[in-house]
Ligand binder design. Structure first.
Ligand SMILES: NC(=O)c1ccc[n+]([C@@H]2O[C@H](COP(=O)([O-])OP(=O)(O)OC[C@H]3O[C@@H](n4cnc5c(N)ncnc54)[C@H](O)[C@@H]3O)[C@@H](O)[C@H]2O)c1
Length: 327
C-alpha cells in the first residue's frame, strides 16, 4: 500500500540518494523531506522528482515535525539529518550537539506524541560506526561493541543512539538504528575525502593526506547503504541495531592511489600524474586509526549485503564528479 514517508536530511548526500532510490523502487509513495538546507545540502539534487515535497526547516522544531506527521499521516521516518563532518566538529562542536542530539530528541518526542495508539509506525535512526571508537590492526565492530566515541561528532551521534534506545525501552517506540561505515558515491559534499580528492586531482591541485596516510576505513557504496536502510526499515526488529559495512577496508593512501589512477584514466592522462599531487599534512586531532564493521547480523537476519565492487563504485563516482565539474 502506498504511504507518505518523512526523510530528514534528504537534501544531503545519503538522504538525496535514498530519495532517488525510493522513488525508483516505490513510485506510488510520497516523500516529505525535512532539511535545514545547511552548507552541506544540495536541494537541486531533488529537482524534477515527482512525489517529493521539500520542507526547509530544523529537526529541532518539534511543532513543525508534529504538524508534518499529522498533516501527511506519516507513519515511518528515516532520520538522516545531521551535522556530519568530523573536522567541523573539532572546530565548532556546538552545532553537532544541537542538531544531532537535541534534533534527534525533538524528532523522537514528536513521534511519541503523534504516534500514540497507531499501528505500523517506525523510526529509523541512521548512525555511524564511529560511535565505537578506533580499532587496532585487528578486530571488527559488532553491534555489541562498547561505545567509545572520540570526536565531538561521534559523541553527538552516540548520544542520539542512546536516546533512541531509551525511547524504545521507556516508551515502547518502534525504532531501529543502523550504524554504518564510510559512504562514498555521487552527491557528496566536496569537503569529504573522495569528492575533495577527485576535484583537486582534476584541477591539478594538491590533495591533502592526513598524517602518514595509513588510517583505515571500510568503504560502502551509498546505493548499497540505501538498499540496506530500506531493508532494515521494512524488516528490522523493534529496538535492534544493525551494522552496515562494505567489508572493504582501505588505507587512505592506497585508496588515494587507486582514485588517482581512475581520475587519470578518465581524463586521458598518463598514470602517475594525479599521484604526484598527494601532499602529506599534519594529522587531524584525535584521528581514529581504523574502523571496520562486522555486518553478519544484517546479512543473516535480513539478507542484506553490500554488492558493489569497489573499483566499479569508485569509477562511477569519479565519472559523476568529473561530469559535474565539466572537466
Ligand atoms: N557520509 C557517511 O559516510 C556516513 C557514514 C555513517 C553515518 N552517516 C550518517 O548518515 C546521515 C547522513 O549523512 P550524510 O553524509 O548524508 O550527511 P550530509 O552532511 O551530506 O547531509 C546532512 C543533511 O542534513 C541537513 N541538516 C543538518 N542539520 C539539520 C537540522 N538541524 N535540521 C534539518 N536538516 C538538517 C543538512 O542540510 C544536509 O542536507 C548522518 O546522520 C550521518 O551521521 C554518514
Amino acid at each position: 500500500m502506498a504511504e507518505t514517508l518523512l526523510i530528514t536530511g534528504g537534501a544531503g548526500f545519503i538522504g538525496s540518494n535514498l530519495v532517488h532510490r525510493w522513488r525508483g523502487a516505490r513510485p506510488a509513495d510520497r516523500i516529505v523531506v525535512l532539511d535545514l538546507l545547511t552548507y552541506a545540502a544540495d536541494p537541486s539534487q531533488l529537482d524534477g522528482l515527482d512525489g517529493v515535497e521539500l520542507v526547509p526547516g530544523d529537526i529541532q522544531d518539534q511543532a513543525l515535525v508534529q504538524s508534518l506527521l499529522e498533516r501527511h499521516g506519516i507513519r515511518r521516518v528515516l532520520h538522516l539529518a545531521a551535522e556530519s563532518h568530523v573536522d567541523r566538529s573539532i572546530t565548532g562542536p556546538a552545532a553537532f550537539i544541537q542538531t544531532n542530539v537535541l534534533g534527534t530528541f525533538a524528532l523522537l518526542e514528536a513521534a511519541r506524541a503523534v504516534w500514540v495508539g497507531q499501528a505500523g509506525c517506525r523510526f529509523l535512526h541512521v548512525s555511524t560506526d564511529e560511535v565505537y571508537g578506533s580499532l587496532g590492526a585487528t578486530g571488527l565492530f559488532r553491534e555489541d561493541t562498547p561505545y567509545r566515541p572520540n570526536s565531538p561528532y561521534s559523541a553527538s551521534k552516540a548520544a542520539s543512539d542512546h536516546l533512541v534506545r531509551a525511547f524504545v525501552h521507556t516508551y515502547g517506540l518502534d525504532a531501529v538504528t543502523t550504524n554504518c561505515s564510510n559512504n562514498y558515491g555521487p552527491r557528496q559534499h566536496r569537503e569529504k575525502l573522495i569528492p575533495l580528492a577527485i576535484s583537486r586531482m582534476a584541477a591539478g591541485e594538491p590533495v591533502p593526506v592526513y598524517g602518514d596516510g595509513l588510517n583505515v576505513r571500510d568503504w560502502l557504496f551509498v546505493e548499497d547503504h540505501c538498499a540496506g536502510l530500506m531493508q532494515v526499515l521494512d524488516h528490522g526488529s523493534q529496538g535492534e541495531t544493525y551494522n552496515l559495512g562494505g567489508g572493504n577496508e582501505w588505507r587512505n593512501l592506497d585508496l588515494l592511489h587507486l582514485l588517482a589512477d581512475l581520475v587519470d584514466d578518465a581524463l586521458g592522462r598518463s598514470r602517475g600524474t594525479s599521484r604526484k599531487l598527494l601532499t602529506f599534512v599534519p594529522d587531524r586531532a584525535g584521528h581514529d586509526r581504523r574502523y571496520a564493521i562486522e555486518a553478519g547480523k544484517v546479512e543473516a537476519e535480513l539478507g542484506w549485503r553490500a554488492e558493489t565492487e569497489f573499483e566499479d563504485g569508485l569509477g562511477r563516482t569519479v565519472a559523476w564528479y568529473l561530469g559535474r565539474n565539466g572537466s
